[in-house]
Design a protein around this ligand. Structure first.
Ligand SMILES: [Zn+2]
Length: 98
């Protein structure tokens, strides 16, 4: 379920998935659930998927990375950056509503 099965680290994520796309697709699901994108700026629930992990809001044109605000925010090259300090525990409480 969204917000429950969030990996504890990117190493965990890499253990689950073989590719960045698969991992990002899963993060999208964790963040937004089955209904998809929700803009953090204007709250619109409609957007375009530019590429795995990156959406553009249809209303305000804001580009939203699925990793923004998560422990993976600083992970620019996921498959090559495995280690890193994780001090963001917001995800532990479940950030996906709905
Ligand atoms: Zn928006």
């Amino acid at each position: 379920m969204p917000g429950v099965d969030f990996p504890q680290s990117y190493a965990d994520l890499l253990a689950w998935f073989r590719s960045d796309e698969d991992a990002l697709d899963y993060l999208e699901w964790l963040r937004w659930g089955e209904c998809g994108f929700v803009c953090p700026a204007c709250g619109a629930d409609c957007g375009w998927r530019l590429r795995p992990g990156l959406w553009s809001c249809q209303l305000c044109s804001r580009r939203v990375s699925v990793t923004a605000g998560t422990i993976f925010d600083r992970t620019r090259t996921p498959l090559t950056v495995v280690h890193g300090s994780v001090d963001d525990d917001r995800l532990e409480t479940g950030g996906v509503g709905g």
